[in-house]
Design a protein around this ligand. Structure first.
Ligand code: MCN
Length: 782
């Protein structure tokens, strides 16, 4: 492929619409006769519902209907299990999926109990106060370790314990590795709960057309095809009777995949019943309690190292907070388990996790999807080993990197795509070298840091490496169609939440069909425009949908050349496709425009020849055999105020390898956004619960997000090791920025405050100034 468009930093096609306010977001959908829903949500985390009285709510002017679980009749069903567990021998997996409305039991605060439908949202919200719910309050399950102790309250009585899953995966023999190790180092690591905070919260609009017997649902989902399929089944409709449209979506970051949320299940049902369009837009408080969370884990991990710093083995036993239900299977803890192995040769690995039901909001993937935790543990273990062995942190990493001739590198354990965790390609050492050079590592530790320390300034450096499984299947498809006006339409089944698909996919098409990027129209997230697909998650859009777009474009290209060769009565080899037309090489005035070829491809006279289909178009699918593995190194220099522990990032470097790059500018945006979220996760964001399972900081006034002032300018650099698993050589990039930020903070703060010398270790995330203050206080007290 040439590189006029593919690989160029082309400005985004979609930005004109977005910046001029013409992009359709869910709350822009206004339909005649539309009514509005508000959800009564549980204020307690665990309770038995004894009685619900909605009679007062029904009397309020403007209220149209009030529904509880009992009104749903047979429609009340636990939600689907989205991802079945991988076949790992000896594993336990107890499925308990969420329900559309709590019937007898409430298992987390925020769980919906009743819905009011009214002429407007104000009335609906007011009427929620009229509903009387009698509850028997039960003890909440909040502490992960206590949840597994005998006598703990049970989130699901029928289970007899709070084990959602138990999985052990091993490679090599850790006991032997530990026995011959020079040192074994064991620590406890803790990662707190967090939440994605998209600018746009969730929302659903449903419209039932009784005459056509057709349902249209506008939904902020990341996986419209799945929502369509599940909804159709639940509503007793054929898939073709349901259209799900994910319009422009203002950020998804993972939690918007989780179908069917109660609101996604109930709005279409109510629209059918009331025969009126109905809207619900999540408010920010609801987002805190009713959209899925991420991140609560406790790891007891041990590393066995040789004298020269080589890793002999790692053992990790961890608890994963699953929340109240587990519709998302094991994706998050499996990612933590697999990602811990990083870019290193780890001959022995013994990892066991227990996923625990608690009375908290459901946990599903959020950008990084559990990979942060694994990276945090291994990178911190390496820092500790470096300190104990007197080896430089960069050097210990270098000594353990998988060599470039070892690929494909099979890590043996099973990854979330059910295939063995095999790294398809990589060249890790140059990535580390470039990161060290860009941050000025040697100069900093040898000259700058001592000089600044002599001036009383607390400056430190952090370094973290990671490998990220991206671009998993099963498949995506694309339809590429040249229209008679010469423009190209492309439709695919993925949804878009800001990743720039409208441009990057257009670049692939433009390259293959010789048209301008602005002449390619991309449609994502509309099940009537593209029928099959899985969705946008796991940094797979570029790999899976991108390659499907490429395959379809190639077929269209072939068709165009064939049609032109027939028209010119010449060989296809004598033709060139560029600037929207096919011309004869060396005779540029002899050309046919693509639009004209599109007309010819739809003959109005004569028969369609066997084996051909009308239209200058093609629909193709692509499914990779397994995920491709991107990798990178982040490095950061910080200055910490020794009194307030406020932190200033002086320099931030990302060196990254995601195979072939479609659009370096979009990629940089993706990395910037990821790092910003990583900084939030590492430094600010913590959902605080009390022992009753009450979220104490469910507002953006109390749950701190980084602002633009907290996100530094970054130096970004890329190496390119193409993936052999897809024709374009792409690996995913959408989550990379967020993954290694935690250990970077811990290491840089420790270094800046010289905590190692005082025996204080930062082994948890987030590390807010107040938490660092507490930890240092605790360290001093010891
Ligand atoms: N890209 C590229 N070259 C590559 C890889 C990617 O140019 N080698 C470009 C792609 O063309 C695409 C973008 O980078 O436009 C992201 O591609 P990819 O890594 O395939 O990620 P997805 O398209 O699958 O998007 C999902 C990913 C995930 S999992 C989360 S979470 C996330 C993310 O993307 N959520 C986002 N980035 C986000 N960005 C925004 N603005 N909003 C979100 O909700």
């Amino acid at each position: 492929m040439t590189t006029r468009f593919f690989g160029a930093p082309i400005k985004r096609n979609e930005d004109k619409k977005l910046l001029t306010g013409r992009a359709l977001f869910i709350d822009d959908v206004e339909l005649p006769g539309m009514v509005h829903a508000a959800f009564l949500r549980s204020q307690v985390a665990h309770a038995r519902i004894k009685h619900i009285d909605v009679s007062e709510a029904l009397k309020r002017d403007g209220v149209i209907a009030v529904y509880t679980a009992h009104d749903l009749g047979p429609y009340w069903q636990p939600g689907p299990l989205l991802v079945p567990p991988p076949p790992i021998p000896g594993s336990i997996f107890n499925t308990r999926t969420h329900v559309p409305l709590a019937k007898d039991m409430i298992r987390c605060a925020g769980e919906p109990i009743a819905i009011v439908v009214a002429e407007n949202r104000y009335i609906a919200e007011d009427a929620l106060d009229d509903i009387a719910v009698e509850l028997q309050i039960l003890p909440a399950v909040v502490d992960l370790e206590k949840a597994l102790q005998k006598g703990s309250a049970l989130v699901h009585d029928d289970l007899g314990n709070n084990v959602a899953a138990h999985v052990r995966q091993t490679k090599g023999d850790y006991a032997r590795a530990a026995a011959k190790a020079h040192r074994t180092i064991k620590r406890r690591f803790r990662y707190e709960h967090g939440i994605s905070s998209p600018i746009e919260t969730r929302g659903v609009v449903a419209q039932w057309d009784a005459r056509a017997e057709h349902m249209t649902v506008w939904d902020t989902t990341q996986a419209p095809v799945f929502v369509r399929n599940v909804l159709a089944g639940a509503l007793g409709l054929g898939e073709a009777q349901v259209r799900v449209i994910a319009p422009f979506v203002g950020g998804g970051f993972g939690p918007k995949i989780m179908m069917l949320y109660p609101e996604e299940a109930t709005l279409p049902w109510m629209a059918m019943r009331l025969n009126r369009p109905i809207k619900w837009i999540e408010d920010r408080f609801e987002h805190f309690v009713a959209t899925t969370h991420e991140r609560g884990q406790i790891h007891d991990a041990e590393i066995a190292v040789a004298k020269d710093g080589r890793i002999l083995g790692v053992k990790d036993i961890f608890l994963h907070d699953n929340g109240a239900y587990n519709p998302y299977g094991l994706t998050v803890p499996i990612n933590s388990q697999c990602t811990l192995l990083g870019p290193y040769v780890i001959p022995a690995y013994d990892s066991t996790f227990t996923s625990v039901f608690t009375s908290l909001t459901i946990v599903t993937p959020y950008r990084g999807a559990g990979r942060q935790h694994g990276v945090f543990v291994i990178e911190r273990l390496l820092d500790l080993a470096a300190r104990e062995l007197g080896i430089d942190p960069a050097e210990i990493r270098r000594r353990n990197l998988i060599p470039k001739d070892a690929f494909p590198f099979n890590n043996e354990i099973i990854y979330q795509d059910f295939a063995p965790l095999s790294y398809d390609s990589g060249n890790y050492e140059p990535v580390l070298d470039r990161a060290l050079a860009a941050i000025g590592y040697d100069h900093f530790i040898k000259e700058e840091q001592p000089k600044l320390r002599a001036q009383g300034r607390c400056v430190g450096v952090g370094l973290a490496c990671y490998v990220e499984g991206t671009g998993i299947g099963p498949y995506e498809g694309a339809k590429v169609q040249v229209r008679t006006n010469g423009k190209v339409s492309v439709a695919t089944g993925v949804g878009t939440q800001g990743q720039g698909h409208f441009t990057s996919f257009a670049q692939i098409v433009a390259e293959q069909l010789g048209v301008d990027v602005t002449d390619v129209d991309i449609v994502t997230g509309d099940t009537d425009r593209f029928y099959w697909g899985a969705g946008t998650f796991a940094s797979r859009g570029a790999v899976v949908a991108g390659n499907a777009v490429n395959e379809a474009s190639l077929v269209v290209r072939k068709k165009a050349l064939k049609l032109a060769s027939e028209a010119f009565e010449c060989s296809e080899e004598d033709l060139v496709l560029a600037d929207g037309k096919v011309s004869i090489i060396g005779i540029p005035e002899k050309f046919i425009r693509l639009g004209e070829l599109a007309q010819r491809a739809n003959p109005m006279r004569g028969a369609v020849k066997p084996g051909t289909e009308p239209g200058l178009e093609s629909t193709q699918y692509f499914g990779p055999p397994s995920g491709s593995t991107a990798n990178g190194v982040h490095a950061m220099i910080v200055e910490v105020d020794p009194e307030t522990f406020q932190l200033q990032i002086l320099k931030y470097v990302v060196v990254h390898d995601c195979g072939t790059v479609i659009n370096p500018m979009i990629l940089e945006g993706q990395i910037h956004g990821g790092v910003a979220q990583g900084i939030g996760n590492a430094f600010y964001e913590k959902l605080s619960y009390d022992d009753q399972g009450q979220l104490l900081n469910a507002s953006l006034a109390d749950y701190l997000l980084p602002t633009s002032l907290d996100v530094p300018r970054m130096t970004l650099d890329h190496t390119v090791t193409p993936s052999p698993l897809n024709p374009l050589g792409i690996k995913g990039a959408g989550e990379a920025g967020a993954i290694p930020v935690g250990p970077l903070f811990a290491q840089a703060i420790e270094d800046a405050l010289q905590l190692g010398d005082r025996g204080i270790e930062l082994l948890e995330i987030p590390l807010s100034p107040s938490r660092v203050f507490e930890l240092i206080g605790e360290g001093k007290a010891e």
